[in-house]
Design a protein around this ligand. Structure first.
Ligand code: ADP
Ligand code: MG
Length: 247
């Protein structure tokens, strides 16, 4: 069930390389020998059912969950043991599931939290760049985050991830909690991230959307990579059609 992905020359390592990663919570193993890569300028989707380990994977890469063994390399450096803020400073941002933001802080305060590991970055015009991408955040900048709709909260969570000027952004189920008619808008924004030069690792249960946008994808089932290939290859696979696209 595999199709070889874009060939990578030995001399050109992938931007993000995960090799034989094992991770979980205490004695509970969740991820088993997970191996995958994301090349610069790609959008890679990780799809899989609820409980498969998708969030655990992103949290492990971000340093929020301690890996048990394996390799996590970003721009050819081992980032396996780094703390979450060190990972952010390397240029990897993580946007948690469900557009989690601080409800009792304003939109602007939430965005500024994205600079916690590097306050100086706020002087570089990054907020204006984010407001260009998400004009609604500028209009709502003085409002408490709790007053935002699900879609606006998701945009705020993504905006906060962008404040650190990441090279690669990891999005955990950006369509979760967003009204169906706004999901298209969120996905347009995600597409825009790619256009402005970001590499994107997208986790989704919404397989149709993910495969429409992504260049390549991996299917994670029970903590293991079950399938991989280009988005068009995955979309046409019988397994994906039957179990993920309901066709
Ligand atoms: N903090 C935690 N402590 C213990 N087990 C957890 C924790 N978070 C998630 N799990 C378990 O890890 C497995 C994978 O969860 P998760 O990574 O959230 O899956 P997904 O994001 O694919 O839905 C599930 O069995 C879940 O119950
Ligand atoms: Mg999850």
């Amino acid at each position: 069930m595999r199709e070889s992905s874009k060939p990578t020359l030995e001399s050109e390592p992938s931007m993000l390389e995960i090799n034989n990663l094992n991770s979980g919570y205490g004695k509970v193993s969740v991820l088993r020998n997970v191996t995958f890569h994301v090349d610069q300028d790609e959008m890679v989707a990780i799809i899989g059912p609820n409980g498969a380990g998708k969030s655990t994977l992103l949290k492990t890469i971000s340093g929020l969950v301690r890996a048990q063994s394996g390799e996590v390399k970003f721009e050819n450096d081992n980032i396996f043991c780094l703390s979450p803020d060190q990972v952010v400073r390397r240029g990897l941002a993580y946007v948690p599931e469900g557009g989690r933001v601080f409800p009792n802080m304003t939109v602007l305060e939430n965005l500024m939290m994205g600079a916690y590991s590097n306050q100086g970055i706020l002087k570089t015009g990054i907020l204006d760049e984010i407001y260009t991408l998400f004009p609604i955040l500028k209009n709502r900048s003085a409002q408490f985050a709790r007053t935002l709709s699900g879609g606006e909260r998701q945009m705020l969570a993504i905006g906060r991830g962008l404040v650190s000027r990441p090279k690669l952004i990891m999005l955990d189920e950006p369509s979760l909690g967003v009204a169906p008619k706004l999901v298209d808008e969120i996905y347009e924004k995600i597409h825009a991230l790619k256009r402005i030069g970001l590499t994107v690792l997208l986790v989704e249960q919404n397989t149709g959307y993910a495969l429409e946008l992504a260049d390549r994808g991996y299917v994670i089932e029970n903590g293991q990579i079950a399938m991989e290939g280009t988005a068009s290859y995955l979309s046409s696979s019988d397994h994906i059609k039957k179990f993920y696209l309901g066709l």
